[in-house]
Design a protein around this ligand. Sequence first.
Ligand code: F6R
Length: 236
Amino acid sequence: MKMIIVKDDLEGAKLGLKIIKESLEKDALKTIGLATGSTPVSLYNLLRESDLDFSNTVSVNLDEYVGLSGDHPQSYRYFMETHLFEAKPFKKSYVPNGIADDLNKECADYEKIIEENPVNLQVLGIGANGHIGFNEPGASFDSVTRVVDLVPETIEANSRFFKSIHEVPKKAISMGIKTILKSDKIVIFAYGTNKASAIKKMLENDITEEVPATILKKHSDVTVIVDEDAATLLNQ
Ligand code: F6R
């Protein structure tokens, strides 16, 4: 894993932009995997303002809440439309449909979409509990896209976006860990002291399903971009 410590999320976003730009210029960005949440917002701001052209790139998002339609302001489809896609259209943008009648079929179809559009570069955030996508502690490293239960810690963390914690969906569709690991390249970002423990565990613990992000050590091309706050607990 390549580790880069930056001053703040703007510096992290600039590095992310550079990596994406280089992939585009090499014509090596047929498909990009995207994340939602607070972490990638600075990157999406820079992408929106950039002159990069994604009209030949497909995007696939990591996850979506079950029960929220794409026009719900807290859905991840809505997040992506407003933070990126409206200003920067992609060739095609896939986000799982959280209100599909048959959620298991939706998951199988999504996995097929990723098989047909292998991800060249996956953007990741990390949960304070070490989750990637919505693969919570204990998720199998062999997992593929499926419906998952969010753990109380994640529901609590994400309640900041909702009027009340009771409105936070308890389930989501998430790419699996096996699915994420198929990406040619992975860039994982983490900012703030609340991510410091997860970053320490990811980098310094043995690989364990109890800390899903530890599996990234097995991938041959991972760049970890963290700010000074998220790096505070690391052994130097
Ligand atoms: C989002 C996702 C999650 C987040 C993680 C961190 O699509 O898959 O794994 O990346 O929960 O969220 P933030 O960035 O809001 O701290």
